[in-house]
Design a protein around this ligand. Structure first.
Ligand code: C2E
Ligand code: SIN
Ligand code: SIN
Ligand code: SIN
Ligand code: FE
Ligand code: FE
Length: 580
């Protein structure tokens, strides 16, 4: 997370002018740090309350009001309770330290600390308080999302009502779009939503092929492409690569739709009226040998009137599989409805996605060497396993689509609990001691703290995966049913010895069993602060060896069957690809 200049405001409360000067010198090299020195501790609380600093540093021994009392005061006042505090003391006496932590200090430093140590401690606490602020922001966004969903439902009902009046095939079509809208409003993952939208749009309009794009700065980014009559997946993949970024301008039909926000219907793209403001980009046909003739391009427009994406439908077909000469006025009407409904669901999905990315960034804040690429890979591997599993069951397509959505989000969040683990453990270059590993295990036990208040019920799947992704099939994993207690200040208390007893077999939820495999595969394939990356054959060997002890044997089998798809994903997310 980038911090603006002076964005970490530190208030030092110390009666000695000298300490203030020394500290100002130590912090002066860091542009993001800004120091205010308060010498009179009796006025300090009012100043802290007013300034809402990122971190406070409080001297222990001061005349009139000492550091212990001041920190208690800070903790007791609702408006300052969450501001992290460092106790500064001239002695490192253990009893003092314990007392300081009990009073509500988050850290303890002995005067005068080394410059680097001081800066590091301040930054760690600042990261914590930024993360907490992010959580509050997220809660606000959730509230907004609930309102947006409400509005979407109302507008969909309005479409339903207006459709009651006319009788025609077109009415049926529009009705099915409206019904679909209700269903799509429930899909919160933008990738799955777009895939689904495109599929349904092609189906409802009888288009042979189609593509969906999202606006990304001054470009369109291809999200999905589908083609009924092209069974050559390799060529389709080639197109996906060639059309990943399309400028929003007149050099392509979809670029023009995004630029103008207008619906465009062209009978023959190889015979575009020269008066039209756009040309046709032949990259798709050139790279695939497919012949594009008629194209319908529809803008997806956000609530503020801005274009957020484009749906492109290609070559209208009849039910018997023959081509129709062009898209009709009815088609244009249908796609208009479709686009307005799609916009609402997409905005919801984007909001959810930004919330999830924010949660993942919170985790990254603690562990910057790990990027969102890991979270994305684990999520996509998990989907491969889930699909393999679902194919063996008797599930409806709708059920599978809805579950995929829940799983993807949950899997992306599996390690979000690492936000609550101290840096000294998270970033330790070597092996963890038992005590440290016990604390690390705590990252699977923050499900209640993280999800109950925030995503109540709605993201039950995420809570399930956070809690269950380190369980083992034979019951020797963690954390089982153990819950974290809180101390008097409300801070979570972590286990002090490692847990080796968890739930076993099918008592472990399916999503957790799936993510366990995806996570270990990815963790072993990546370099960590404590280990090198392993080659693939060694990883697969371990998965097979631990099938039935660590992992659900059926899911390991499915994973290995799907290894080609896994490699494709690994390739797509190689390097430090972003998450957006
Ligand atoms: P992680 O790095 O994401 O690893 C996830 C899981 O992958 C681990 O869960 C473990 O099941 C598997 N795994 C990772 N590296 C190895 C390995 O070298 N050999 C084997 N056999 N399995 C491996 P686990 O053990 O419950 O650890 C959970 C998290 O705790 C890890 O997440 C990592 O963040 C941390 N951790 C575990 N051991 C160490 C360590 O020795 N040093 C440090 N710094 N962190 C550790
Ligand atoms: C695709 O491969 O389906 C398009 C690209 C993407 O979904 O990331
Ligand atoms: C990720 O970014 O890989 C997920 C969060 C984390 O593991 O720290
Ligand atoms: C992490 O563990 O820090 C990244 C996500 C994963 O692959 O487990
Ligand atoms: Fe984990
Ligand atoms: Fe992990």
């Amino acid at each position: 997370m980038a911090t603006e200049s002076g964005s970490i405001h530190v208030i030092l409360v110390d009666d000695q002018a000298m300490v203030g000067e020394a500290m100002r010198r130590m912090l002066s090299d860091d542009k993001e740090l800004r120091l205010t020195h308060v010498q009179d501790s009796t006025t300090a609380h009012a100043i802290i309350r007013e300034a809402q600093p990122t971190v406070v540093i409080v001297d222990l021994v001061m005349p009139e009001l000492d550091g212990m009392h001041l920190i208690r005061k800070i903790r007791m006042d609702e408006s300052t309770r969450d501001i992290p505090a460092i106790m500064l003391s001239s002695e490192s006496d253990v009893h003092r330290k314990v007392e300081a932590f009990q009073a509500g200090a988050n850290d303890f430093l002995v005067k005068m600390p080394d410059r680097l140590e001081l800066v590091a401690r301040i930054q760690a606490l600042a990261a914590k308080s930024i993360a907490e602020r992010e959580l509050r922001l997220m809660a606000d966004q959730l509230q907004q999302q609930a309102v947006a969903l409400d509005e979407a439902n109302r507008s969909l009902q309005a479409i339903n009502i207006s459709l009651e009046s006319d009788v025609s095939e077109q009415r049926e079509r529009l009705r099915s779009i409206a019904m679909l809208g209700n269903e799509l409003a429930l899909i919160r993952d933008i990738n799955i939503l777009i895939e689904r939208l495109l599929h349904e749009a092609c189906h409802i309009l009888g288009a042979d092929a189609g593509a969906a794009y999202l606006v990304d700065g001054d470009h369109l980014r291809l999200m999905h492409a589908q083609n009924e009559s092209m069974d050559d997946q390799e060529r389709l993949e080639q197109f996906r690569k060639s059309a990943v970024h399309i400028p929003i301008d007149t050099t392509s039909l979809v670029g023009w739709v995004a630029k103008s926000g207008e619906l465009v219907n062209v009978d023959d793209v190889y015979d575009i009226d020269p008066d039209q403001p756009f040309t046709f980009n032949t990259a798709f046909d050139d790279s695939t040998g497919y012949h594009t003739k008629s194209v319908l391009g529809a803008p997806l427009v956000g609530t503020a009137g801005q274009v957020i994406g484009v749906l492109q439908l290609i070559n209208p077909m009849q039910a018997n599989g023959e081509r129709r000469p062009s898209f009709t006025d009815d088609d244009m009407n249908a796609v208009r409805h479709f686009a307005s409904m799609a916009s609402v669901s997409m905005q919801n999905a984007q909001l959810t996605r930004s919330m999830i990315l924010r949660m993942i960034r919170m985790a990254e804040l603690r562990d910057p060497s790990e990027t969102g690429a890991h979270a994305n890979r684990v999520a996509e591997y998990a989907l491969v396993i889930y699909e393999g599993w679902a194919n063996r069951q008797d599930l409806s397509k709708e059920e599978i689509a809805a579950e995929r959505d829940r799983l993807r989000i949950a899997a992306m969040l599996h390690d979000v609990g690492k936000v609550a683990i101290p840096d000294s453990i998270l970033k330790k270059p070597g092996k963890l001691s038992d005590e440290e590993f016990a604390i690390m295990q705590g990252h699977t036990m923050v499900d209640a703290a993280l999800f109950d208040e925030l995503l109540s019920g709605y993201d039950e799947a995420a809570a399930t995966v956070v809690r269950g992704h380190h369980e083992r099939w034979d019951g020797t994993g963690y954390p089982g049913l153990q819950e974290l207690d809180r101390d008097e200040q409300g801070y979570l208390i972590y286990p002090d010895t490692p847990i080796h007893e968890g739930r076993a077999g099918s008592d472990i939820p399916l999503f957790a069993r799936i993510v366990a495999i995806a996570d270990v595969f990815d963790a072993l394939g990546s370099a960590r602060s404590y280990k090198e990356a392993w080659p693939e054959d060694r990883i697969l060997e371990l998965l097979k060896k631990e099938s039935g002890s660590h992992f659900d044997p059926e899911l390991v089998e499915i994973f290995i069957d799907g290894i080609e798809a896994i490699r494709t994903i690994q390739h797509r997310w190689s390097g430090n690809a972003g998450t957006s």
